[in-house]
Design a protein around this ligand. Structure first.
Ligand SMILES: [Zn+2]
Length: 94
């Protein structure tokens, strides 16, 4: 069944909207902004460390939620895109 919740995250390079889907959690077909203050904890657990490849510019970044009981920090950080592009090149060229 196509039942999922969606995390909306904005690319740190080009600011395009990206959508990450999860089947864990309540699956209410809800949309959550990655930085909304009341983002559920299960959503943070699900997406902490998650790498997102931007659908617009193809570059990759990582969602980081730094929390123990409460969120202390949340940020997006760039993944080493050179490695990633090299990998794509290898895939292309065999
Ligand atoms: Zn982008």
């Amino acid at each position: 069944m196509g039942c999922f919740d969606t995390l909306v995250v904005f690319c740190i390079f080009c600011n395009a909207e990206n959508y990450e889907q999860t089947k864990s959690g309540p699956c209410m077909l809800d949309y959550y902004r990655w930085d909304q203050p009341d983002l559920p904890t299960w959503m943070m657990q699900e997406f902490n460390g998650c790498e997102v490849q931007c659908s617009e510019c193809d570059r990759t970044f990582r969602i980081v939620y730094d929390y123990e009981v409460v969120v202390k920090d949340r940020r997006l950080e760039a993944v080493n895109n050179l490695d990633y592009l090299e990998l794509k090149d290898k895939e292309k060229n065999g």
